[in-house]
Write a protein that binds this ligand. Structure first.
Ligand code: ADP
Ligand code: MG
Length: 251
């Protein structure tokens, strides 16, 4: 058996008396969408931050692509191939769609200070940026200001920026939030394809999207994973029903 791409073992994190992560273990395999669900305050974002390197766990370790990354910072983890889309947008609103994608591609090259006008003439960077935009379906709006995009298009652009870094896995914290029905449907189709490019650890509140997309689901309650399994198994799990999912969400 091959080892999982992402392997989280025994992660714990407390904020004062609050145990935001308590002995959390989970894996992400190539080709899969592993959804992480749970009530507000369960510790989902805290876990994503520890995997991305924004927060240091009190204990436990994180292996990614065969290496222990527990001690690495966010930049080193991104370079190792952990792509992350943020709950709070990190896009430059006054710049164009293409400029944002080029900045993403530049990030992959490391800390090279250059004039922006030179960066925007760099054929290799432009190609990486345009490819990523095409892949998320934003090729036609490359010249638009980010501020003029719809909410859903901004989410797609965030994924495109992540794609310019050639991630080996994606961490996504509530990508559907605020999208509305049509935007959610479109992003669902997109993530369904994206999993074959790189697997996704997906935190999401939209249960229709979660049950449509996930190969596996883990349920986090008060910092602890109470169940991991296929959507069918999670739907039937009496402990999950009691702790989190109402019957109506599962029918
Ligand atoms: P979720 O994303 O599942 O809604 P969070 O990970 O944001 O949950 O929060 C988990 C718990 O940790 C909550 O009780 C929250 O108030 C607390 N928490 C999160 N971040 C901090 C922080 N930086 N300082 C103190 N408490 C925090
Ligand atoms: Mg959260």
């Amino acid at each position: 058996m091959t080892s999982p791409l992402l392997d989280i073992r025994g992660i714990s994190k407390s904020f004062g008396a609050i145990k935001a992560s308590e002995d959390v273990s989970l894996t992400l395999e190539c080709g899969e969408i592993h959804a992480l669900i749970g009530p507000n305050g369960a510790g989902k974002s805290t876990l994503i931050k520890q995997i991305a390197g924004n927060l240091e766990p009190d204990s436990g370790r994180i292996r990614f692509d065969g290496h222990d990354v527990t001690a690495l910072d966010t930049v080193a983890r991104a370079r190792a191939g952990l792509g992350r889309t943020f709950q709070i947008s990190s896009l430059a609103m006054e710049m164009s769609v293409l400029q944002n994608a080029v900045l993403g591609a530049l990030g992959r090259r490391g800390r090279v200070m250059r004039f922006f006008r030179d960066v925007m003439r760099d054929a290799a960077l432009l190609e990486v940026a345009r490819e990523a935009l095409d892949e998320v379906g934003l090729g036609a709006v490359a010249g638009m200001r980010v501020a003029d995009l719809s909410h859903g298009q901004r989410r797609q652009l965030e994924v495109a920026v992540a794609l310019t870094q050639s991630p080996k896995a994606f961490l996504m914290d509530e990508p559907m939030a605020g999208l509305g029905g049509e935007g959610t449907a479109r992003l669902t189709v997109f993530l369904d394809r994206l999993r074959h490019r790189a697997p996704i650890l997906l935190v999401e509140h939209d249960m229709d999207a979660v049950f449509a997309l996930a190969d596996r689901i883990s349920v986090l309650v008060y910092g602890r994973i109470i169940a991991t399994g296929t959507p069918e198994a999670i739907r039937r799990d009496p402990q999950v029903r009691e702790a989190y999912l109402g019957d109506e969400a599962l029918s």
